[in-house]
Design a protein around this ligand. Structure first.
Ligand SMILES: *Cc1c(COP(=O)(O)O)cnc(C)c1O
Length: 408
């Protein structure tokens, strides 16, 4: 039996029965388009998109239709049997990635996609005794043992040792730092085109292009973690497409199901035949239900949403930029691509995030001093104008406070 609980009951039940892995304050009960409603009836503008997941907005009608129609017919069989949706989604993703040929593997989350990508690279390198993977400082790749080891941030690793061997970290946007780590055992370099959790840091064009060359020269795979930047977030299907490069393997998840869990690996060319029966598997991966939802997401985005994301992302950044000059003491920069935007502060971002929340605009403080904004890709000009008005108001209100924080 599902009961309707009060806010207080939800919090006390959560505290008693759910592991305290998250810091939470508000109970959300409804979503539609760019908005969320909490249990008390307050309406929010959601510039988090469930962390780059609900890219086409909450409860998009196309997603609901796909979900209902498929659920009535067949939800899950495991991969003991073919299903008609998996290859259609795979074909679509390979087209979106701009690969001449390639194959997909489906899973359920970003960490699982990266885990699969790491396994694929290692299996490919196993004959040559190549296994070491170079990842970047400040990267984020997930919370499983291998992916947290791949993550270039010490805070996610503390207490979980012994960690798997075979991962080393280079400086992001510094090609020499990558070159210095390459040795005969190096099998791959893994990189985010735009680091998300690390603070919305786009890779430089030179770095990504040189990385591709260095990988080719050394017979090393280029792995792109597109879990956050993928599926239209940056105004192209994938973040790497801003760099005119072709990675060997791409991982994705977050935006692919618009809230329904699904992840994928896309491998290009011959490499995509590395996994043979028995090498890798997951029970839920690529279920008819997950694939039908993902197909509806892609079809929806194909209908002009990438163009809109480019336009509205540029507009948001431009309209927001006066806060840099108006508050130059504590606002340093606005960066990012498409609708993956970071406001770089010289003070911790939590206070700004909290005050915006009070005004019902949801954002995410990350990497200490970065305010990350991941609006739904369908956000319109009026909604952006309204949000910018709120942000400017809050910046003015907090100005004196931030100057004090700056001194501390
Ligand atoms: C969120 C994220 C992950 C992990 O995805 P989960 O679905 O939380 O496991 C991996 N890589 C990047 C770049 C991410 O942003």
């Amino acid at each position: 039996m599902i009961k309707n609980l009060s806010s207080e009951e939800i919090i006390s039940l959560t505290n008693e029965f759910v592991m305290p892995t998250y810091l939470q304050e508000i109970t959300m009960v409804k979503g539609e388009g760019i908005n969320l409603w909490d249990i008390k009836g307050n309406k929010y503008i959601d510039f988090t998109s469930g962390i780059a997941v609900t890219n086409i907005g909450h409860c998009h009608p196309n997603v609901l239709d796909a979900m209902h129609n498929q659920a009535k017919n067949l939800m899950h069989t495991s991969n003991l049997y073919y299903n008609e949706l998996q290859p259609q989604l795979a074909k679509k993703l390979i087209e979106c990635a701009g690969l001449d040929s390639g194959k997909c593997f489906f899973c359920n989350s970003g960490a699982e996609a990266n885990e699969g990508m790491i396994k694929l690279a290692r299996l490919w390198g196993s004959d040559k005794n190549k296994y070491e993977i170079i990842t970047m400082n400040k990267s984020f790749h997930g919370r499983t043992l291998a992916t947290l080891t791949a993550t270039g941030q010490d805070k996610v690793k503390k207490g979980f040792g012994p960690l798997p061997k075979g991962f080393v970290h280079a400086e992001y946007n510094d090609i020499n730092s990558v070159k210095n780590l390459i040795n005969l055992n190096t099998v791959a370099v893994m990189v985010e085109a735009v680091q998300g959790e690390g603070g919305v840091i786009p890779a430089s064009i030179d770095f990504m292009q040189e990385l591709q060359i260095v990988c080719k020269e050394n017979d090393i795979l280029l792995l792109c973690d597109e879990v956050q930047a993928g599926i239209g977030r940056t105004g192209k299907w994938f973040g790497f497409q801003h760099y005119d490069i072709k990675p060997d393997v791409v991982s994705l998840a977050k935006g692919l199901g618009n809230g329904f869990p699904i992840g994928a690996i896309i491998a290009s060319g011959d490499l995509s035949n590395t996994f043979k029966p028995g090498h890798h598997a997951t029970t839920f991966g690529g279920s008819p239900l997950a694939c039908s939802v993902a197909l509806s997401v892609i079809q929806t985005i194909e209908n002009g949403i990438l163009e809109h994301t480019n336009y509205i992302g540029r507009y948001l950044k431009e309209e927001l930029s006066p806060i840099i000059s108006d508050h130059s003491e504590w606002v340093q920069d606005i960066r990012g691509i498409g609708l993956m935007i970071g406001v770089v502060l010289k003070v911790p971002a939590k206070k700004l995030q909290d005050r915006l929340l009070e005004k019902r605009l949801l954002t995410i403080a990350t990497a200490g001093n970065i305010l990350r904004m991941l609006p739904p890709l369908i956000v319109n000009k009026e909604e952006v104008d309204h949000s910018i008005k709120i942000i400017k108001e809050v910046c003015n209100e907090l100005h004196a406070d931030m100057l004090i924080d700056l001194k501390e």
